[in-house]
Write a protein that binds this ligand. Structure first.
Ligand SMILES: [Ca+2]
Length: 321
């Protein structure tokens, strides 16, 4: 549960084949994505848009930040075969666990019944998916605060499986929420230290259209407009809202988190959208995704209809030695 301490809206402009050096203006110095199909820059002052000229860049097949091994060390593709059944479903490699408890984040009950895993998704070329659902109040009036959650590794285990590097998740957010009625969910992908020190780096999609304190909500779910994501850094509760330049509820997109001892960065479709420097030295962390009922200040009150977020994969890339 988060009450934003700081809110900054950044607009991400995505252009075709932008000259790479212009990425140096976007606050992600030193780690521009090498992927070249499109490039992004972000501008905090809409009156100060810098003209961009189209120009080809190189290394079109590399999509990870500079200094990261381009081949992932670990891929969880959510191939449904082999997942064990029971109240606590675990992945075949034993690294992922589906939550079935509450009250958890936001007072929600993270229910096994709100998790599903399946082989294919209509009109998407990937294979193996999971979904995390918040059951709408219309369908579950007796238990409005509910959601789905999956994490790695099990919280009862050491969290040193995941080290410094780049964490990537392909997902399609819930398309249920309303700014007018202030209903919706928080759909997320995040990393979190398990040492009690409170380090956490989040992507949180707020489908009630919240884009900042004292700022009118933007009803991107219902309008099909470009959507927003709240990027959060803890401790410090430091929140920045990013206009993605696309609607994350319409299609799958890839979101990445770079974690280094002295730097944290957020990426959308391979483009750096936020960068922070500091002391981020921790032993290890958990990876987690959840979809849960928020409140008027974060995600919205319970939606009437089911709100479902879909995930295609999670990848972990190590730092180049
Ligand atoms: Ca997959």
């Amino acid at each position: 549960m988060i009450t934003p301490k700081k809110s900054i809206i950044k607009r991400v402009f995505i252009f075709s084949m932008i000259f790479p050096s212009l990425l140096l203006i976007n606050g992600c110095n030193g780690s521009p994505p090498k992927e070249a199909a499109t490039k992004a820059t972000e501008i905090t002052d809409s009156e100060n848009i810098i003209p961009i000229e189209d120009e080809k860049v190189t290394d079109p097949d590399i999509s990870v930040p500079e200094g990261i091994n381009p081949v992932p060390e670990y891929v969880q593709d959510f191939d449904p075969s082999g997942w064990s059944a029971g109240d606590w479903i675990t992945s075949p490699d034993g690294l992922w666990v589906v939550s079935n408890w509450g009250p958890a984040t936001g007072g929600n009950y993270m229910l096994r019944s709100n998790f599903d895993i399946f082989a294919s998704f209509p009109n998407d070329s990937g294979s193996g998916y999971i979904s995390l659902k918040t059951t709408g109040s219309k369908n579950s009036p007796s238990q409005k605060l509910n959601g789905g959650e999956i994490f790695s590794p099990n919280y009862s285990e050491k969290d040193t499986q995941w080290k410094y590097g780049y964490y990537e998740c392909r997902m399609k957010t819930a398309d249920m929420g309303s700014a007018e009625s202030n209903t919706g969910v928080c759909a997320s992908f995040f990393i979190q230290s398990g040492d009690g020190l409170g380090f956490e780096v989040d992507f949180e999609f707020l489908t009630n259209g919240l884009v900042g304190n004292d700022i009118p909500k933007d009803d991107w779910v219902n309008t099909g407009n470009e959507g927003y994501v709240a990027t959060s850094l803890h401790p410090g509760n430091d929140v920045e809202y990013i206009n993605l330049g696309f609607n994350p509820s319409k299609d799958f997109h890839t979101y990445g988190i770079l974690w280094l001892p002295d730097k944290v960065e957020w990426y959308a479709d391979g483009h750096c959208v936020r960068s922070e420097s500091g002391n981020f030295a921790y032993d290890g962390l958990h990876i987690a995704m959840n979809n849960w009922t928020g409140d008027t200040n974060w995600g919205g009150l319970p939606p009437e209809d089911d709100a479902v977020t879909y995930y295609d994969f999670v990848k972990y890339y190590t730092v180049e030695s």
